[in-house]
Design a protein. Structure first.
Length: 280
């Protein structure tokens, strides 16, 4: 029996060692002779630029010029898509070469009113004529690809519009989700987050998506509250109500357990060691 116990410990140690020794992928960005057209098509990227990120079934590539990072993320495995359509993607920056969140640039979809769109465009420095404003106001809502600066806890901070704004597009190609991004180099630094990146040296770039947005959490909390009220009124537990065929989530799809309701979609992430290119 003692021999079996020792052998089990040794085998467990052998299983753990490869995980502990795993290193993040190193990527050398290519210099972009011309700006990438960010449309989600991904047709401006050469196959040899793609780096496999096996843990999340993805291909990843980066180019840059003096003003922007251009990023391609191809999520080839549908099980890792999660809620990326709702959450967008956060790029985490750590100049200390540690896989630790310090400063983030979050790019995500946001539904806004016509008046909010006018305000956002003016903040970005665009001059809108009265006629253009009238044209915008003919539509009640718009989908804005928003850009936030966030702290290590993911909370938005003030962003200086003079530093530029990141954007992205995403399309479905068969089973893959293909995303292209523009991230202004100026947004990689943050006085508030005390992060200053030396672009002549490698730094850690984290990519995170999925999980739940604040809106999704609010809906989930309301659903759980409704089910708790139903359970209290019927003398049944919340688990009983859910397990008897109830469904949750947008469109009525999803799992039927209370655990699934509490858990929600998974968040995924990976880190790379990134060296940006120089035009010299």
């Amino acid at each position: 029996m003692k021999t079996n116990k020792v052998l089990s410990v040794v085998l467990l140690g052998l299983l753990v060692l490869p995980l502990a020794a795993a290193k993040d992928v190193a990527i050398a960005s290519k210099w972009a002779a011309a700006p990438i057209k960010v449309d989600g098509q991904g047709d401006e990227w050469a196959p040899e630029e793609m780096v496999a990120i096996a843990d999340v079934g993805a291909k990843f590539a980066v180019r840059n010029d003096a003003k922007n990072l251009y990023v391609l993320l191809n999520l080839e495995d549908p099980k890792f898509h999660s809620s990326i359509q709702q959450t967008g993607v956060t790029f985490w920056v750590n100049p200390e070469l540690k896989s630790k969140k310090l400063h983030g640039v979050r790019l995500y979809p946001k539904s806004i009113t016509a008046d909010e769109l006018i305000k956002e465009l003016e903040v970005q420095g665009q001059t809108l004529t009265p006629e253009r404003k009238v044209e915008i106001q003919k539509q009640k809502e718009y989908l804005l690809f928003a850009c936030d600066i966030v702290n290590k806890k993911g909370k938005p901070l003030a962003r200086d519009p003079k530093l530029g704004v990141g954007t992205y597009r995403m399309i479905q190609v068969q089973k893959s989700r293909v995303l292209e991004f523009t991230v202004p180099v100026a947004l990689l630094n943050s006085v508030e987050n005390e992060v200053q990146v030396d672009l002549t040296k490698p730094f850690k770039l984290g990519v995170e998506w999925g999980g739940m947005t604040e809106e999704m959490r609010a809906i989930r909390a309301a659903q759980m509250g409704d089910r708790s009220s139903q359970a209290a009124g019927s003398g049944m537990s919340g688990d009983s109500l859910v397990s008897e065929g109830s469904t949750i989530g947008a469109g009525g799809g999803g799992g039927g357990s209370l655990a699934a309701m509490r858990g929600g979609p998974k968040a995924y992430s990976f880190w790379v060691d990134l060296q940006v290119a120089s035009d010299k």
